[in-house]
Design a protein around this ligand. Structure first.
Ligand code: ZN
Length: 216
């Protein structure tokens, strides 16, 4: 089962991917994670772009993703998060999978209103000292404004301030809308309402998966 997950920042993509990975025993492949591990292991082609703060070209991204999809752990499938980001990448992916005698089974598009996303992201706090994460709605610290682990002050990341969140959503939408169209045309895309609680979204997604993917 080869899944792609789309969803704007704060929509709960990471959480859902991890839950699905556990249920279906397939890896959650986040391009952010692959990049970090490639950089750690000294991928010089990738490092030269990242160090200069340049956008990594499609060709380099494609190569890194293809390498990780070929790994033994992806034999029974994977959940791809953060890739493809362009229709060129989507076409490359199709071809790379075809070479592996595979194809994308389903594309899940997590959807929530801008208000809901802003509400969620602006509730995030992190410890200024040890980096522990909190959420004023779902994971409150024991003492207001203070880290449970090291008693330091909690701060809001610049990224999570309402104005920045709005911009992040806009950037995401501009970037992804051609891809949403691409997969819609191929009738591979299913919209999923991501506004309920993670467990409910997960249950809905499992239903979508089981009714859309034929059992092998
Ligand atoms: Zn702390």
């Amino acid at each position: 089962m080869q899944l792609i997950i789309f969803g704007s920042p704060g929509v709960g993509k990471g959480t859902l991917s991890d839950m699905l990975a556990e249920k279906y025993k397939i890896p959650h492949i986040s391009t952010g994670d692959i990049f970090r591990s490639e950089i750690k292991s000294g991928n010089s082609e990738l490092i030269q772009y990242v160090e200069k703060g340049l956008l990594v070209p499609d060709m380099v991204v494609n190569k890194v993703v293809e390498k990780s999809l070929k790994q033994e752990s992806c034999k029974n499938g994977f959940i791809l998060d953060g890739y493809p980001r362009t229709t060129d990448q989507a076409e490359f992916l199709e071809n790379a999978l075809w070479k592996l005698k595979k194809s994308i089974s389903l594309v899940l598009n997590l959807v929530a209103s801008e208000d809901e996303i802003i509400k969620r992201l602006t509730a995030r706090r992190s410890c200024g000292r040890c980096g522990a994460l909190y959420n004023l709605v779902t994971m409150k610290p024991k003492k207001k404004g203070m880290c449970d682990k090291c008693q330091s002050a909690l701060v809001m990341r610049k990224d999570d301030e309402p104005e920045t969140v709005k911009k992040r959503i806009q950037v995401y939408q501009n970037e992804t809308s051609p891809l949403i169209e691409y997969y819609k045309k191929k009738k591979m895309l299913v919209d999923v309402d991501a506004s309920p609680k993670p467990k409910e979204v997960f249950n809905a997604v499992v239903k979508v998966i089981e009714s859309n993917i034929k059992k092998e």
